[in-house]
Design a protein around this ligand. Structure first.
Ligand code: ADP
Ligand code: MG
Ligand code: ZN
Length: 622
């Protein structure tokens, strides 16, 4: 990105100028005010001059003596005396005159001008310079009246394709790319649209969870559009002074209009675009003014001139409705979390930059990383590369990528955390409990990996389940199975050791959340049916949801949640009881190997089935 850098002189530079000017004033101007240059001599020289009768006029002023010599063009001297009682006599004898020497009156007006007006003028000038400098710092402009500089927009202007990012660097998100391409096309061939009578959208809003590539897409547009691209972040409008934000908006649009056709990109627009609240006493005047100005500007300019406004946010629900109405951001471009294919493509885009071994299977990685955003996937590739370097390898292997997914999910391996044997055994049973319950239920994702190596996230072990295909819908049964799987760990502990541990806290949390959502959000309870019992405030940011029902209903929901989890727990318990032989065998195996793959797990499970020593799978299904 090409930006014109203003030369930055530090403030101290101006202080130095002030000091130099003061010193000059003292050394040059002050003597001139009294009209003469005064030479300083020592007392001995003075006495010598008196004796040689060279001194004409003397002025005694406290400790200081000013005197002149007897030339036609007298020189002026100054010396200091210490107690000298004979001084006056001596001067008398030498025939010196007494009179004013130093403070000989000069033109009073000139003196006033020089000693008061001139310094004031100088300091005023310095002040102006300083103000200008500060304005530059705050507002980015230069020249002109310093106070007009408040509120320069500060937008970065990317000149065409200097970001080096094109749509090729953005994987997946094909719909978003298509919609954006159309806008770019309009800027290049407006007549094509005008002939038909179509009006280009004035603005497009990129919405989606964090890390899905909204900012990246905007940069790619800058790279593809070959028109000036102004980029500014919403937070840059938020200023200390009321009115500054609004004037920045004004300036931004003024610049954009001058440079049309061009694209203006406002990142994180929710900072200024929040809903205005009805109460007058809101203390958010600045933000409101900024928003109002933005609304006015968006109405004010002529879209046919070719100024397109892009904005990005991950909180579309909090935006002011006025921003979203047609004529403003009338096109909404969803940038959602990538699907399986998208994840695979994103991995490939980022893997272009690292050296890979031949065996890498991106599809498998993408499946394991379900729910990951583009940013997380980019991070995974980098983590894998770092791991390869750590292990002194020249290229990244499949194992590196798998490990980095686990790192992102569960944190780093904690190699030196020592579990006692008893604890290790409990964790083994706990994890096998999860895996077994999952495997014994139809409609749950197959187990791909079980490990009891502790992680930095605090997990002592975990069971990884990966869906074979991308799941977009989940049925009620699948959700119930999932809850049963979550309770499976605790069930195994209770079944085998007849005591329970703190190790299940994360499972409990997830199970509760799921069963609550089933009732309040997915309408899966018989009692309430399809009634929304909660409202979600911002779906893209983890979604805090709040119950919107009466306290009685809330209490009832709580009861139902407890009931659902209990039911699942009993189901899991029954499954484990029926398969206790497998539970023992698998837990022992895991205890010894610490990490086992889904295949090993399934081998042991099915081997027993064929051997027929235990209940068969069908029996345990009730
Ligand atoms: P946000 O949506 O929060 O603005 P960014 O655009 O800043 O996300 O994305 C952060 C990083 O994640 C990007 O720099 C890029 O490396 C990676 N990334 C995200 N989405 C994609 C994608 N679709 N294709 C390639 N890389 C992506
Ligand atoms: Mg962003
Ligand atoms: Zn668990």
């Amino acid at each position: 990105m090409k930006q014109v850098q203003k030369p930055k002189k530090p403030l101290i530079f101006y202080y130095l100028i002030a000091v130099v000017v003061l010193v000059l004033l003292n050394f040059l101007l002050v003597p001139n005010i009294t009209g003469r240059n005064i030479t300083e001599v020592d007392y001995g020289t003075f006495l010598n001059m008196v004796e040689e009768k060279k001194v004409a006029t003397v002025e005694l002023d406290g400790d200081s003596i000013y005197f002149t010599d007897k030339n036609d063009n007298p020189n002026y001297y100054e010396t200091t005396t210490f107690e000298d009682p004979d001084l006056v006599n001596r001067l008398d004898e030498a025939g010196c005159e007494f009179g004013r020497v130093a403070q000989e009156p000069v033109n009073p007006i000139l003196s006033f001008l020089l000693s008061w007006v001139l310094p004031l003028l100088i300091f005023w000038g310095l002040g102006q310079l300083l103000a200008k400098q500060m304005m530059k710092k705050m507002g980015g402009g230069g020249g002109g009246n310093p106070f007009m500089q408040f509120g320069k927009s500060n937008a970065k202007v990317y000149v065409q394709s200097t970001t080096g990012i094109t749509f090729n660097d953005v994987a997946g998100e094909d719909e978003a790319k298509e919609l954006l391409t159309e806008i770019v096309d309009f800027l290049h061939n407006p007549q094509k649209y005008q002939e038909i009578g179509a009006v280009c959208p004035k603005g497009a809003l990129l919405v989606g969870p964090p890390g899905t590539g909204k900012t990246l897409l905007a940069k790619a547009v800058a790279g593809e559009a070959h028109v000036p691209f102004f980029s500014i972040s919403g937070s840059e409008f938020v200023e200390m002074f009321v009115g500054m934000g609004a004037s920045k908006v004004r300036d931004l649009f003024k610049q954009a209009n001058e440079k049309a056709p061009c694209i203006v990109f406002i990142d994180e627009i929710d900072t200024i675009g929040k809903k205005r609240d009805g109460q007058g006493f809101s203390g958010n005047d600045e933000r409101e003014q900024t928003l109002n100005q933005l609304l006015t500007e968006m109405d004010g300019y002529d879209a046919s001139k070719g100024v397109v406004i892009l904005a990005a946010t991950n909180r579309p629900d909090s935006l002011d409705p006025a921003l979203l109405r047609p004529g403003r951001f009338d096109r909404r471009i969803p940038v959602e979390l990538p699907d399986l294919k998208g994840r695979e493509e994103i991995l490939k885009v980022h893997a272009r930059k690292v050296r890979l071994s031949d065996n890498v299977d991106f599809n498998a990685i993408a499946r394991a990383a379900s729910g990951a955003s583009g940013a997380e996937l980019a991070n995974m590739v980098n983590e894998a590369a770092l791991r390869a370097v750590r292990e002194n390898r020249k290229y990244v292997t499949q194992a590196d990528l798998e490990e980095s997914i686990e790192t992102v999910i569960a944190g780093y391996q904690k190699k030196n955390r020592v579990l006692s044997n008893k604890e290790k055994l409990i964790v083994s049973y706990h994890e096998i409990g999860h895996a077994l319950v999952a495997a014994l239920q139809t409609n749950s994702a197959p187990v791909t990996k079980i490990t009891i190596i502790p992680r930095t996230s605090g997990a002592l072990g975990y069971t990884m389940q990966v869906e074979e295909d991308e799941k977009n819908l989940m049925s009620k049964e699948e959700l119930e199975n999932k809850i049963a799987t979550l309770t499976g760990g605790r069930c195994a502990e209770e079944l085998i050791f007849h005591s329970i541990t703190t190790g299940a806290s994360n499972d409990i949390e997830q199970a509760t959340k799921l069963s609550r959502a089933m009732i309040t959000r997915y309408g899966m309870s018989d009692k309430f049916g399809m009634v929304a019992l909660e409202t979600q405030s911002n779906p893209y940011l983890g979604g805090d949801s709040s119950l919107s029902c009466s306290p009685e209903t809330a209490a009832e929901i709580d009861d139902m949640v407890v009931g659902t989890v209990k039911k699942s727990y009993n189901k899991a318990m029954q499954l484990l009881k029926d398969n206790i032989g497998k539970l023992h065998e698998l837990a022992k195996y895991l205890y010894e190997k610490e990490t086992i793959t889904g295949e090993e797990f399934m081998n042991i499970l099915s081997r027993q089935e064929y051997a027929g020593e235990e209940n068969t799978r069908e029996d345990s299904q009730e």
